[in-house]
Design a protein around this ligand. Structure first.
Ligand SMILES: Cc1cc2nc3c(=O)[nH]c(=O)nc-3n(C[C@H](O)[C@H](O)[C@H](O)COP(=O)(O)OP(=O)(O)OC[C@H]3O[C@@H](n4cnc5c(N)ncnc54)[C@H](O)[C@@H]3O)c2cc1C
Ligand code: FES
Ligand code: FES
Length: 1335
């Protein structure tokens, strides 16, 4: 290899400041550089692979050719710093700040309540900001498109879209369907005015600053000069192990390519980057011709369009659009097909980074563009030092056959896409787990050319993605069909032959084998119909149209901009204007979130001599540890220590949880040891070098079924029973039995688990900063691990980027692991789980199996139920016993069944230990209840809603565990939901739709809910607060609750403000800490506001009582005067407030108890449309009616309801964890695990807070953190309704219930038809499946 010159200086700008990096390292990405080198921590890490958008920044470059500045969004985690020479980067800090001026984007996102935990907010700001830089008056569709690559786990997106829509000219946020009318004027909105005192304004638009594009920072003139410099020279950046070369002429690239033929050409880095990071690829040299003008052009000829390889996919999209608008339709069919896929391809950031050349050459097996390009006869124009040549972008090229490939010294100059012709049809077809930003499960590019004026096939092409290791061409089938007519017989043969040719073996990687086989021919069928339609358009006389009923099979669901209305009780006009309670107050940290100034744990500046920790986890589910050899790791530069179980000074196995594996491992992902090093990169390198040898141990239990076989349980059975179940079964008209599976769920909080542990020099003290729902628990575990009294362990928790139950117990385990490392090394330790490790180690929601036997009368009245529940708890107890208790206690949901028996047990398996998750078992268990309600309805020939209503609690009653309650609000929510959603009318309309459409079906479902907050153990709901008043009158509130986005601190400020009768601005709330409030309970179970609110209220009342004599003496005085006076009178201005807790109890012996303090009721109605051909679904509308009693903060409560609903919808529809039969979790990041994006939320989303009384809770409010989760199941049952309609039409009349999640796979395979019938069914005894279900 030729020798390389010394490093050049890397020059770029960040937020208007020049950065000169003399030692640019090729492997370093912009995200790392911003956060760790420039200490701009507003840009967040949440996945590291371009899949979540948390790290979005704006990149701006000057194009010397057009003299224009090009702004585009990019995911900083995939941008190598070396690629930034001459670029200007804008981060959230550069957009605006509280200290100087917040930008309208930041202001509106905050004020529209588009931020909860705030971890996604900087990314959201940057996506919308970049859009506005290019389009100051965007359309609502552009807003939706701009944030399609940004995940948010908290808000449910609706308020984010709404904040963006405030910039749109044509549409204000309260317009429905662009009608130009205010939503409140809509005649068909029957619920308008239904309750006079309802409000709909969660924010005041009049407060917004206008957007003034002229105020934006200018592009640095120096960069313009640099771009225009005609004497540019090659740049070289030399790292420790790698070299980056940026050539400036095409000849230079070709020279380099000739010298370093193995070196990748780094363009968008969206393939090279993830390969380096996640697949351990290594390249000593990178060549980056990204900005080369020769690669950026569009050339239109008579035959087609040639597009430069350096065009980003977004630029490609624009170029295609231009051609489409410029050329007759018949010529642009390939372009149209490409654009259709480009709309859903990744997110806007990736589309702006990835290049055409990079995409074509990297040839991902799931490629969305290559199959279309190949079907459209595209050619690749190559260049090398030897000259230019063309190769076809065809099957052999896509199959990577050596003879069809690029030569090592060649590069792609451009891609030529020919025009289509008159008797020529080209289509792109795809199906993914979610509509946007998800790799296709199967996609295809197809084209057919006919003999002119006929339907005789002259040339047919079919390419399929994600059916094998590469994109596969069905060339033999196509050849065999040449000369045939485009008719049903051709289709039938084509399906048979293509299934033989494009064979997916039963154990194929990626699983879903029968589904993928079905998709191959389903997509083919769609193409067949499209072409028939096209032929008919060309000559209706000769070519009959497709049946009317098949029309809806032609297209995918359109992407629409979601909209909705939120209704809540208005504040009593007599309430003091200063009193914030009941008002939709913005989240306390909202502006800090949107400006990136909110400090999360990893945003804290480095501690002196801090080390980073990387984990070594078990690859085996159950094995003996034979040896751990850390010598190679220790020899690496920067590695300081390897920490194992031997190093734990206290207890390593504490309270049933194991910190470091000792002697054996009991799940894949268990922490075996950790490596501490001076950088994370070194620690990770070290972790890779630790050699652990294992010996498998039997049994290895992964699924609930296996656990039952082995009698493997974590706890004893929990049971409640009422009436006489056995005798009731003898007296009923009918009995049904069934089984429902509900798979698990990953929390996917945006901020991964983070712990900073700082050992103190004195008295073995240890200070921890971390994101947790339960600092007391962390303190307990750390104290046990270090064998130090808890008083010496201080845990600080300021905020965390979402938790949802996942930061309840796991931070204690990770805190102990980290503290042991800090203790052993004596250094502060920064321990941040990478997304993949977080998925693997921390587990999630319990998968559940429900078995039911239901006895009922023919009129739908249920007389008896015998239900068994099993949850997959994983390898340790964690919260599993509680989860099963909650399952059993809450599983009757809203229904009274006089003879009711419910039993539950937590299974012990060799999976990572499952843990708390929003709803705590309720969302899984009640799916089983709704499933048997639906099954009974089917047997009685009634609507599920009728059976639900018949069996619903109607008057003051007792639950099965004999707790008295009044279901009046339940009845109200249910009735209002049915009425205001126009359920019955829409149900009829859906039936009409279904009669007219064979391949698309609509379904509706209404779900009632009786949920409980809190826990059956009284002492867990005690809480304390500490309130200080300072001499200037300012107030500092601390309490035991943790802020993870749910707005707890905001509500506490509202409480303190009301109680002390002072403006909110006087009250400050900084952090939660074991120092200020000892022994605090967890923040979970929807009771954060309830219990901490009472404690804050108590402290404030104590203080106010103390101040009363002074106030009485000087009633007209100011607050500040009273405080000064109180000080002069030696009155203590600090008080501890306390709430003893709700007096709940549960006696499992007698199966009776007042287990919960109160109930929350609700109902939701969802309507979906299902694509029977692909299994996709679209959520058309959701109406939620939630009993909030009195809402302390309607914006926060509605945010919780909407966010939980969308999270629930994810659980029940698209979120799918994939495990190997050996217990290895495959899905470890946003690429493999799909949470909802903005395209999944209801097109119309209506939420109403229903007023009721709840005197037991503070200000008669209710805890609403979890309740919305289960209402997401209305989507599952609406899908079930639609699928049932499809099945009925296909002659399948037996009762059918979908398990959860109702993924596209489940939906498609349930809509049995001629295509599913054609699929070869594999004998399960002949192969090992790639993945298994663990419920
Ligand atoms: C988060 C995410 C989501 C994605 N979603 C989708 C999706 O929905 N659908 C889909 O199809 N794909 C998707 N992709 C894959 C994406 O399409 C490819 O990664 C991308 O197109 C590669 O382009 P690039 O410019 O980034 O290539 P790079 O990563 O820069 O390079 C990739 C390879 O191409 C070579 N190369 C680049 N340019 C040339 C050239 N001119 N001549 C010769 N060789 C060249 C390089 O040597 C390298 O080997 C996704 C990727 C990410 C990270
Ligand atoms: S952290 Fe960069 S996209 Fe997720
Ligand atoms: S606010 Fe979006 S992830 Fe928390």
């Amino acid at each position: 290899m030729p020798s390389l010159p010394k490093s050049d200086e890397l020059i770029f700008f960040v937020n208007g400041r020049k950065v000169i990096e003399k030692n640019a390292v090729p492997e370093v990405n912009l995200l790392f550089y911003l956060r760790k080198v420039l200490h701009l921590t507003g840009t967040k890490y949440a996945c590291g692979g371009g899949g979540c958008g948390a790290c979005t920044v704006m990149v701006s470059r000057f194009d010397p050719k057009t003299k224009k500045i090009h702004h585009y969004p990019a995911t900083a985690c995939l941008v190598p710093i070396c690629s930034l020479y001459g670029a200007a980067i804008t981060t959230v800090e550069g957009v605006g700040s509280i200290k100087t001026r917040i930008h309208p984007v930041q202001e509106r996102l905050a004020k529209c309540h588009g931020t909860q935990c705030g971890f996604c907010s900087p990314g959201m700001v940057m996506s919308i900001y970049t859009l506005l830089r290019n389009h100051p008056e965007p359309t609502p569709e552009q807003i939706t498109e701009a944030i399609g690559g940004n995940l948010c786990r908290c808000t449910g997106y609706r308020p984010i879209v709404e904040s963006g829509k405030t910039f749109c000219v044509a549409s204000t946020v309260c317009q429905v369907k662009g009608s130009g009318k205010c939503c409140m004027d809509q005649e068909d909105r029957s619920f308008v005015n239904y309750q006079e005192k309802m409000c709909t304004k969660l924010y005041n638009e009049d407060e917004f600053q206008p957007l003034d594009p002229s105020q934006e920072p200018i592009f640095p003139p120096e960069l313009i000069r640099m771009a225009e410099d005609t004497n540019k020279r090659r740049l070289t950046f030399q790292g420790e192990k790698t070299t980056w070369i940026t050539p400036v002429t095409l000849d230079d690239v070709l020279e380099l390519k000739a010298n370093f033929s193995e070196a990748p050409l780094v363009m968008g880095n969206t393939t090279v980057g993830p390969n380096l990071k996640f697949r351990d690829a290594f390249h000593p040299v990178f060549i980056s011709p990204l900005g080369l003008p020769e690669l950026h052009f569009v050339n239109t000829t008579d035959d087609g369009v040639t597009i430069g390889a350096g065009y980003s996919l977004a630029q490609l999209n624009d170029a295609l659009l231009f051609t489409i608008s410029d050329q007759p339709k018949e010529k642009t069919k390939t372009f149209y097909a490409l654009r259709k896929h480009l709309r859903t391809f990744a997110g806007a950031q990736i589309r702006n980074m990835a290049t055409l050349g990079g995409h074509v050459v990297s040839r991902p097996k799931f490629s969305d563009l290559n199959p279309i390009l190949a079907a459209g006869n595209a050619t690749i124009n190559l260049i090398s030092k030897e000259g230019e040549r063309q190769i076809p972008l065809n099957g052999p090229f896509l199959a990577r056959l050596p003879e069809a490939n690029l030569r090592p010294e060649e590069m792609v100059l451009s891609v030529s896409i020919p025009y289509s012709s008159q008797w020529h049809f080209v289509s792109g077809l795809r199906l993914a787990q979610r509509q946007e930003n998800a790799f296709a499960i199967v996609n295809a590019g197809m084209s057919v050319k006919f003999e002119d004026g006929t339907n005789i096939i002259k040339d047919l092409k079919m390419f399929f993605g994600n059916v094998g290791a590469t994109v596969v061409s069905a060339s033999e089938t196509c050849e065999q069909l040449t000369g045939r007519r485009w008719d049903d017989q051709m289709l039938s043969d084509a399906c048979q032959w293509v299934l033989d040719e494009v064979y997916i073996p039963p154990g194929a990687e990626g699983g879903m084998v029968e589904y993928r086989r079905t998709l191959i021919i389903s997509l083919l069928f769609r193409f067949y119909l499209k072409v028939r339609r096209g032929l008919n358009e060309m000559d209706p006389e000769k070519f009959p149209d497709i049946p009317e009923k098949f029309m809806s099979a032609l297209e995918d669901f359109p992407i629409k901009t979601p909209q909705g209305i939120q209704m809540f009780q208005c504040v009593n006009p007599r309430q003091s204007p200063q009193d914030p309670v009941g008002h939709p107050v913005m989240h306390q940290s909202a502006l800090k979130h949107t400006t990136g100034e909110a400090v999360f744990s990893d945003d804290m500046p480095p501690f002196s001599q801090e080390l980073f920790l990387a984990v070594v986890t078990s690859p085996r589910a159950h094995a003996k540890i034979i040896s751990i050899d850390s010598s190679e790791a220790l020899a690496l530069p920067g590695v300081v220590d390897v920490i194992t179980a031997e190093d734990v000074p206290g207890e390593n196995n504490y309270s049933g949880e194991i910190f470091y594996a000792q002697n054996e491992v009991i799940c894949v992902g268990q922490i075996v040891c950790t490596v501490a090093a001076d950088t994370y990169a070194h620690a990770k390198e070290g972790a890779k070098k630790v050699k652990v040898t294992y010996e498998d141990v039997e049994p290895r239990i992964i699924t609930i079924e296996q656990a039952l076989e082995h009698n493997s349980f974590l706890s004893v059975e929990k049971k409640i029973e009422q009436g006489n179940v056995e005798s009731a079964f003898k007296q009923v008209d009918q009995i049904i039995e069934g089984e429902i599976h509900v798979e698990g769920q990953e929390h996917f909080y945006m901020e991964t688990q983070t712990v900073l542990a700082i050992p103190k020099k004195e008295d073995k003290e240890m200070v921890l900063y971390l994101g947790t729902q339960f600092p007391t628990h962390v303190q307990e575990f750390v104290a046990a691990a270090l064998n130090i009294p808890r008083s010496r362990i201080a845990c600080h928790m300021r905020r965390t980027g979402g938790a949802f139950g996942g930061k309840m117990t796991k931070p204690a385990l990770l805190g102990a692991v980290c503290a042991v490392a800090a203790y052993k090394t004596g250094h502060p330790i920064r321990f941040i789980l990478e997304r993949g490790d977080d998925f693997l180690i921390t587990a999630g929601r319990h998968p559940l199996l429900g078995k039911y036997k239901i006895g009922f009368m023919n009129n739908g009245v249920i007389k008896a139920a015998d239900v068994e529940y099993y949850v997959n708890g994983g390898c340790t107890l964690d919260e599993s016993e509680w989860v099963i208790e909650f399952v059993v206690l809450k599983s009757e949901n809203a229904y009274y069944i006089p003879n009711f028996r419910c039993r539950g047990r937590a299974c012990k398996t060799n999976l990572p230990s499952n843990t708390a998750f929003r709803g705590f078992g309720f969302p899984q268990a009640t799916v089983v209840v709704e499933a048997y309600m639906t099954a009974v309805a089917s047997q009685c020939n009634l609507l599920p809603e009728e059976v639900k209503e018949i069996n619903m609690y109607k008057r003051i009653s007792q639950t099965a565990h004999e707790q008295t309650f009044n279901p009046e609000p339940l009845q109200r929510c249910w009735k209002e939901c049915l009425e205001k959603s126009s359920f019955h009318a829409r149900k009829l309309a859906a039936e009409e739709f279904n009669k007219k459409n064979y391949w698309k079906k609509r379904g509706l479902a209404v779900i009632p809910m009786k949920f409980t907050v809190g826990v059956p153990v009284a002492y867990y709901s005690q809480a304390a607060a500490l309130v200080h008043i300072y001499l200037d009158g300012s107030v500092l509130v601390t309490h035991g609750g943790c802020e993870m986005g749910q707005g707890l601190h905001t509500k506490m400020i509202q409480v303190a403000s009301r109680e002390l009768n002072i403006p909110q601005s006087y009250v400050h709330l900084s952090e939660t800490s074991t120092i200020t409030v000892p022994n605090a309970s967890f923040t979970a179970g929807s009771m954060g506001t309830d219990i901490n609110g009472k404690a804050v209220q108590n402290a404030c009342q104590i203080l106010l009582d103390r101040l009363q004599p002074i106030i009485r003496k000087n009633p007209k005085g100011k607050w500040e005067d009273w405080i000064t006076e109180a000080f002069h009178k030696s009155i203590s201005l600090s008080a501890t407030g306390y709430f003893k807790g709700y007096q709940t109890n549960m006696d499992w012996e007698t199966e009776k108890g007042d287990a919960f303090p109160y109930y929350v009721y609700g109902a939701s109605c969802s309507e979906v449309e299902v694509d029977c051909l692909t299994g996709a679904h679209k959520l058309l509308r959701t109406d939620i009616f939630m009993d909030s009693a009195f809402s302390i903060n309607p914006a926060v409560d509605i945010g919780q309801i909407e966010g939980a609903f969308i999270q629930g919808m994810g659980l029940y529809t698209i979120e799918e964890l994939k495990y190997s039969p050996e217990g290895v979790l495959y899905s470890r990041g946003p690429d493999e695990y799909k949470i909802p994006t903005v395209t999944e939320i209801p097109e119309e989303f209506y939420v109403t807070l229903v007023h009721s009384q709840n005197p037991i809770a503070i200000y008669s409010s209710k805890g609403l953190g979890e309740a919305g989760m289960f209402l997401g199941s209305s989507v599952l049952f609406a899908i079930n309704d639609a699928v049932t309609a499809a099945r009925k039409e296909r002659g399948l009349t037996e009762t059918f219930t979908l398990s959860s999640p109702a993924t596209p796979e489940m939906i498609r395979m349930a809509c049995v038809d001629q295509f599913t019938d054609m699929i070869p069914k594999d004998d399960p005894s002949t192969f090992t499946p790639w993945s298994i279900q663990v419920s």
